[in-house]
Ligand binder design. Structure first.
Ligand code: HEC
Ligand code: HEC
Length: 449
């Protein structure tokens, strides 16, 4: 098919012929079926009969007949007024284009004064304007929701726009720039390169964890592995993420906080290092900035949306509350403890489990927070039971001694938190079954009774 199919008159004549034929056909059908039954006439039948059942040849009901007539008249009137019959444009001269244009002009007349108002105001002022908020929310729902989510909290790979952590800057001018021109974040893949076997990826990830300001992440880092990782980090990664891991806005994200664009688990972090990411925020200039008749720019929509986004994070100047990273279902993500580091977790049953590095009695640094419920329970007069477990590797007596010392370290922490020594019961250390040479075996459990 080529374009002359559309420019030649063939299709016009073709559709016109079909139209005329169907009209004539319809009218003929109507007239031919419009035999009125008169009283006294014998009702005609169609001439066939099944077991005494005959089909009557009654005319159409009146109301039905007139509906048909109205339809035919409507069709003719429509084709007279609007385009539809061949190339005839209709006496009203309507086109979908000029309907759109008139609607746009009307909308423009209605909204232009509002837009003009916002075009002059500072973003901070627009952000607090209730009318602008509604327009901003609508713009967000139209252009942004599919990636940043209905609550603007983002998802893996799509940044949260409601926190105070900004890859590309959170000042109004910076947000405006990002929305207008877009951004591309590139973290190159390192896995598989000559100095980067999987082992090295793990080492560097371990070092990244050790830089974190939260004990929960630091405790997942393995000291020996991290030491090896640091060497690589200081050669390659520091150029973008900086020596302290705090990153540089517009260059690379902060790796020391609990905001993870690509997820917080060991696996997520190793994946980023191994496979890299290329992440694009599209440019919205063509949708949000229009040229005015006098050639100047109308940036009102861009400014209203910028104000809306800026207003989503709070601007009190206080440090943001860092919530634990959550999965899609809103559950806090806790990674399995690293194999050789002190850590602490709280089970669903309220049992607090302490894990220890090989041979060590040091308890995890964030123990106090995790013990809060136990301390409160003891305050209500409940009994605190501490059970020690040890793995089955090495000398049994030595293991039992270590388990006892670990249990006592936990007991000391509880006493330091104000728990009466008399309400604490130390159980005899137990050996765990199985090969037991893992972190899970080297644990102390604290429970209320
Ligand atoms: C196709 C998906 C997509 C859409 C649609 C989208 N964004 Fe983004 N946006 C991203 C990605 C991906 C990033 C992160 C880029 C990076 O990693 O550097 C981002 C980053 C941003 C940032 C910077 C965040 C920071 O931490 O600095 C802002 C602000 C933003 N988007 C606002 C918007 C607004 C407003 C809209 C609607 C006009 C929008 N985005 C529509 C994908 C999208
Ligand atoms: C050329 C600059 C650059 C270098 C070098 C670099 N990164 Fe990155 N890194 C980035 C950028 C940019 C991102 C964010 C990618 C995005 O926007 O999606 C990132 C993201 C990450 C993340 C994910 C952060 C999150 O919030 O989920 C980790 C982890 C990371 N880098 C670790 C490393 C390590 C380890 C090295 C060294 C082996 C390294 N990076 C080298 C630029 C760099």
């Amino acid at each position: 098919m080529n374009t002359s199919d559309f420019t030649s008159n063939f299709w016009n004549i073709y559709t016109a012929a079909i139209l005329i034929a169907s009209f004539v056909g319809l009218v003929w059908l109507l007239v031919s079926q419009n035999k009125t039954k008169r009283t006294g006439d014998k009702v005609e039948t169609m001439g066939h009969e099944w077991d005494g059942i005959e089909e009557f040849n009654n005319p159409l009901p009146r109301w039905w007949f007139y509906l048909f007539v109205i339809t035919v008249v409507f069709g003719l009137a429509y084709l007279l007024l609007y385009p539809g019959f061949a190339s005839f444009k209709g006496i009203l001269g309507w086109t979908s284009h000029n309907q759109y244009d008139t609607e746009m002009v009307k909308a423009q007349e209605k909204f232009q004064p509002i837009y003009d108002k916002f075009a002059k105001q500072p973003i901070e002022v627009i952000a607090n304007d209730p009318e602008a908020k509604v327009i901003g929310q609508n713009l967000y729902n139209t252009y942004c929701i599919q990636c940043h989510g209905s609550d603007a909290k983002g998802a893996k790979g799509f940044p949260n726009l409601t926190d105070k952590d900004w890859l590309w800057g959170g000042k109004p001018s910076e947000i405006e720039y990002t929305i207008r021109h877009g951004q591309i974040g590139v973290m190159q893949p390192y896995g598989g390169l000559d100095p980067f076997p999987d082992e090295t990826v793990k080492d560097v990830a371990s070092y990244v964890l050790s830089l974190n300001e939260n004990e929960a992440f630091r405790s997942r880092s393995n000291p020996q592995s991290a030491a090896k990782g640091k060497v690589i980090y200081d050669q390659i990664c520091f150029t973008c993420h900086q020596a302290d891991g705090k990153g540089l806005q517009g260059l690379a994200p902060n790796l020391t906080d609990n905001v993870w664009l690509w997820g917080p688990t060991d696996k997520d972090i190793e994946n980023t290092i191994k496979h890299g990411h290329t992440n694009q925020m599209p440019a919205w200039e063509n949708f949000l900035v229009t040229k005015k008749a006098d050639g100047s720019e109308d940036t009102a929509k861009l400014r209203i949306l910028t104000a809306y986004i800026w207003g989503l994070s709070d601007h009190t100047g206080e440090a943001p509350e860092i919530l634990p990273y959550q999965d899609e279902n809103g559950n806090a993500v806790t990674d399995t403890p690293a194999d050789d580091a002190a850590s602490v977790t709280i089970g669903d049953d309220g049992v607090v489990k302490f894990y220890f590095a090989t041979g060590s009695t040091d308890i995890a640094a964030n123990a106090n927070d995790s013990l809060a419920a136990i301390v409160a329970g003891a305050g209500e007069g409940k009994k605190v039971v501490i059970s020690g477990f040890h793995d089955a590797t090495g000398d049994a007596a030595q293991n039992a001694e270590l388990a006892k010392n670990r249990a006592m370290a936990v007991q000391a922490a509880l006493v330091a938190l104000g728990v009466n020594e008399g309400s604490i019961e130390l159980k005899k250390p137990e050996s765990t079954e199985g090969d037991g040479s893992n972190a899970e075996a080297r644990r102390v459990e604290v429970a209320l009774q």
